[in-house]
Design a protein around this ligand. Structure first.
Ligand code: DC
Length: 221
């Protein structure tokens, strides 16, 4: 049996990382959250007072940054920033930071390096199209904007974070728009990706579907 590479792409808050973590656990694979890398860079820019519209400064900052993902934690210049990258200012600026070619090139190279390990599952926006075009299993996971906003809302409430469902829906729609209309590596379903609309599926159903597909491919490999 051969461990495979799994790419999960899809719009904001479609539950990719929750699903990917569970699939990784079930298959004993390494999970890499590529969005966390762009978030860590955004955090570095905000902390260093670098204007997110200053492409040149951001590309240079990216070259100087040390980003490491280990045991599902992300380290920026040796500091664990796994919590800090989830803040609102990072979320609202990350779409701009990740739109620059020089920034993406650096991150895609890093992501490809992680992909050289056996048995990897990575989620993002361009994993099936750009990072791992040869991945054995590609999933494009989506759900309606309303369902995604409601899931994010429930998650926040559970964590004690106050939020407004309407505002969340608008933020998600704006991020979808920015991510799918940017020039470089826009959010797009790879031609050979399997579309998985999770609007009416439970987490368990989504995880089981992907695990079964992966196991079948492992056997065939
Ligand atoms: O998945 P997320 O919300 O943590 O991603 C944060 C941002 O990073 C999102 O606006 C899209 C971007 N992103 C990207 O452009 N390419 C990826 N492979 C992963 C994320």
């Amino acid at each position: 049996m051969k461990k495979i590479t799994i790419a999960i792409d899809g719009p904001a808050a479609s539950g990719k990382s929750t699903v990917a973590k569970e699939v990784a656990k079930a298959l004993d694979y390494i999970y890499i959250d590529s969005g966390a890398m762009y978030r860590a860079l955004t955090l570095k820019a905000l902390r260093s007072n670098i204007d997110v519209n200053d492409e040149e400064a951001l590309v240079q900052m990216t070259k100087d940054a040390n980003i490491i993902i280990k045991n599902q934690k992300i380290y920026l210049d040796d500091e664990d920033v796994s919590e800090a990258i989830r803040g609102l200012s990072v979320t609202n600026n990350v779409s701009t930071v990740c739109s620059y070619q020089g920034v993406r090139e650096e991150m895609v190279n890093l992501q490809k390096k992680y992909g050289s390990a056996e048995g990897i599952i990575m989620d993002g926006r361009d994993i099936g199209t750009t990072v791992f075009p040869n991945a054995e299993l590609k999933i494009f996971q989506t759900a309606s904007a309303e369902v995604r906003a409601k899931r994010r809302y429930d998650e926040n409430i559970k964590k004690g974070i106050k939020c407004n469902l309407e505002v969340l829906t608008k933020e998600i729609e704006l991020r979808d728009f920015k991510d799918s209309t940017r020039e470089i590596s826009p959010l797009r379903k790879a031609d050979d990706a399997i579309l998985l609309d999770t609007s009416n599926l439970t987490l368990e159903e989504v995880v089981n579907t992907i695990v079964e597909m992966a196991k079948k491919l492992e056997k065939e490999g």
